[in-house]
Write a protein that binds this ligand. Structure first.
Ligand code: SF4
Length: 706
């Protein structure tokens, strides 16, 4: 859209998975003015503090990577090179390593902030042409437990609900999430709905009394790691009181009796004791659910980032299944995506165990379908390394080269000292990013400058399966290039055919063709349609199809039997590292309101730093007093893996025995010692391989300078 002063573009926020629409106006000097898109169904014109300041984060070019840089060898400094030299070197190193050590000696680590087209090209390149499945994503650190639970219980990694269900629900159970800070626009819709309908019930499960708790009817402040006890106890009360939907259970689910038996392994009183919540509160939660006509469960990292994350998901989703609250208005399980395009990444097979359109590497037919489509002989049947397995493979020397795109693992991975040592073991590290603020750059042998938000065209999918088109609004600075273009250039330098795309629209068209006939079929979508009609929710199986706001409305699930599956959970013990006399406190990590991930974008915006400008440790007054710690004192948080030094923030909003560190700060933002991940556990869930960020055993003491 154009008038005499400016051109107007539509795009989507590049931060959280809520996926708010934006209108960006550009004048003749490329100055941008951004506002919430009033016509967008997600945010209706609203933006949170991060979104409304995105133009300042992207407009400040002072830290941008502007040209490729390369080391001639490990002992040489980085020096500026041309794109041709950079690509020739990358191709020569990758070809040589693959020839000598085999394709599994190389790997790619990408990001839920990549656009779908970039994710697609990266997966095609690695799985189809390099011959390895070693491509994983930082979404492994946030969503993979929910993915595994959906796939096992519903037969597909498919969020059944839409944001429109918020206004149709009358009971919300929000578990292990702080949407008031981390998914603000979505939470504002819940708040407004509750304000207009005082009978709406809000149950929050969290060891911290966060901002989300402010309007809650019930806060279950459980001990970390005891979630399964809690959800099973709620289920037991519902079953004992007859507040379950037996018609739905009998007709549309399987294994209920096994699940029921596991739920009855312990009493509600015993569960309450394990969770350190009142038995009466468990019964109150069950009564709210029993009385509801629309029941939404919402959750995020508090469930997923756990050594028993998949089981926690099983137990929570089971509450929707026993009550029949799925596939109908205002009801369903709803995992909240942390990143803007974690879901789009999975649509193209962006995990080390997946193939395009949610196909599985373990399925020979799926491998053959994708290999035929891409015109390659075969796809390896060996699952690739997941995020933390890449670190282990680097340690062993099995993984020799790693290519990192749009993510900063040297702040965000757990047990950072170990991750850094492993990275030093790599023979060749490529870092493709937009910012010099990434701590990962110090390990790079080759730096490739990428285009950022507003500087490239593509699509993303938000938490409710809504696909949006993002316009290219300004040119990238210097010699920076769009990620898909860089990957295609590398593929051609390797001598691969099939990467001659004229535009992102062509990549999208190829991706949509590959989804045809699958559960996530979007073969009815084109760029032209997205630009003309706006956002659409998948599946969209034909050109005239309007998209799908709610799944399983006929209660037929994607499992082989068509029925949803319960999973009996056995002994619901937490498998996290135990607290001990030496390390008696449970550390949990998470986000703050105005920062995003490792702060490479939000950290440079003055207004966003004004909310909280330093890392801190939340600690309960009793735990602080016992350690002679006063508010604001420097403290050291330590265990056998390392130590973190920040200042104490004493608050009774955190459970006694639990401490909290924000995850955002890295070396470039403060110093090595402020990093939360110096002390986090490297244990992972055995199914999802998602790390246990929410439970590490630590000691805390006042820090006295020697
Ligand atoms: Fe962006 Fe999420 Fe805020 Fe919306 S809620 S403006 S998507 S950060």
């Amino acid at each position: 859209m154009q008038n005499e002063h400016h051109t107007s573009y539509k795009t989507t926020c590049s931060y959280c998975g809520v996926g708010c629409g934006m209108t960006v106006k550009k004048d003749r000097k490329d100055n941008l003015v951004l506002e919430g898109d009033k016509e967008h169904p997600v945010n209706r014109g609203m933006l949170c503090s991060k979104g409304m300041n995105l133009q300042y984060a992207m407009g400040d070019l002072s830290d941008r990577l502007l040209y490729p840089e390369m080391r001639r060898s490990k002992s040489h400094p980085l020096e500026r090179v041309s794109w041709d030299v950079a690509m020739q070197r990358a191709a020569a190193v990758f070809a040589s390593l693959i020839k000598t050590y085999g394709p599994d000696s190389v790997g790619f680590y990408v990001s839920g902030q990549c656009l779908t087209e970039e994710y697609y090209v990266a997966n095609k390149l690695v799985k189809g042409f390099l011959g390895t499945n070693n491509i994983d994503t930082n979404s492994r650190l946030c969503m993979s437990s929910a993915v595994a639970a959906y796939t096992n219980m519903l037969g597909e990694d498919a969020v059944p609900v839409s944001y429109e269900d918020i206004e149709l629900a009358d009971c919300f159970l929000i578990a292990g999430a702080n949407p008031a800070w981390c998914h603000p626009i979505l939470f504002r819709r819940i708040e407004a709905h509750k304000q207009n309908n005082p009978d709406v019930k809000l149950i929050i499960v969290d060891p911290r009394k966060t901002q989300t708790v402010a309007n809650a009817d019930l806060h279950l402040q459980l001990l970390p790691g005891t979630d399964i006890y809690l959800y099973n106890a709620i289920a037991r009360v519902l079953i004992e009181n007859g507040d379950v939907d037996y018609t739905f259970i009998q007709q549309h689910t399987e294994a209920f009796e096994d699940y029921r038996a596991s739920v009855f392994q312990y009493t509600v009183a015993e569960a309450a004791k394990h969770c350190e919540v009142a038995e009466s509160d468990i019964r109150l939660a069950a009564s709210y659910i029993a009385a509801s006509k629309g029941f939404l469960t919402l959750w995020a990292m508090g469930l997923n980032q756990s050594v028993i994350g998949v089981k926690k998901n099983f137990s929570l989703i089971s509450l929707n299944l026993i009550t029949g609250h799925i596939g109908k208005p205002g009801s369903g399980p709803f995992s909240l995506t942390g990143q803007p395009n974690a879901m789009g990444g999975r649509e193209v097979g962006g995990l080390a165990t997946m193939l395009a359109a949610h196909r599985s590497i373990a399925n020979p037919k799926h491998r053959e379908e994708v290999a035929t489509f891409w015109g390659v002989n075969s796809i390896s049947d060996k699952p690739g390394y997941t995020a933390t397995q890449m670190i282990e493979a680097l340690e062993r020397g099995d993984l020799k080269a790693v290519w990192i795109i749009c993510t900063n693992p040297m702040v965000s991975l757990p047990d950072l000292k170990r991750a850094e040592a492993a990275m030093k073991n790599a023979r060749f590290v490529v870092v493709q990013d937009i910012s010099r603020r990434s701590d990962t750059l110090q390990f790079a042998d080759l730096i490739l400058p990428a285009a950022g938000h507003f500087e490239k065209e593509g699509t993303m999918t938000n938490s409710e399966r809504r696909i949006s088109h993002l316009s290219k609004i300004v040119a990238p600075p210097g010699e920076a290039r769009a990620d898909a273009e860089i990957l295609c250039r590398f593929a051609k330098a390797m001598g691969f055919a099939g990467f001659d795309y004229a535009s992102p629209a062509e990549i999208f068209a190829e991706h949509t063709r590959l989804t045809k006939g699958t559960n996530i079929d979007i073969s009815g979508l084109t760029y032209d349609r997205l630009k003309a009609e706006g956002t659409v929710q998948w599946p969209v199986p034909s050109p005239g199809h309007k998209g799908t706001s709610r799944l399983f409305t006929d209660h037929t699930f994607y499992t082989t039997s068509g029925k949803a599956k319960f999973f009996p959970l056995g002994a619901p013990e937490n498998l996290s590292e135990p607290v001990t006399e030496d390390y008696p406190l449970i550390l949990t990590t998470g986000r703050i309101r105005d920062q995003w991930h490792t702060m490479t974008k939000t950290g440079k915006v003055n207004r966003l730093r004004q909310h909280i400008d330093k890392p801190f440790l939340e600690i309960h007054p009793y735990d602080a007093t016992a350690r002679n710690i006063r508010n604001g004192d420097p403290v050291v948080i330590r265990n056998a893996r390392g130590e973190t030094r920040v200042c104490a923030r004493i608050t009774d909003e955190i459970k006694q025995g639990v401490v909290f560190l924000p995850m955002h700060w890295g070396r470039n933002m403060t110093n090595d010692l402020a990093r939360a991940n110096n002390v986090t556990s490297s244990l992972v869930d055995p199914i999802s391989k998602e790390p246990d960020f929410k439970f590490s055993a630590v000691a805390v003491e006042a820090y006295r300078k020697p």
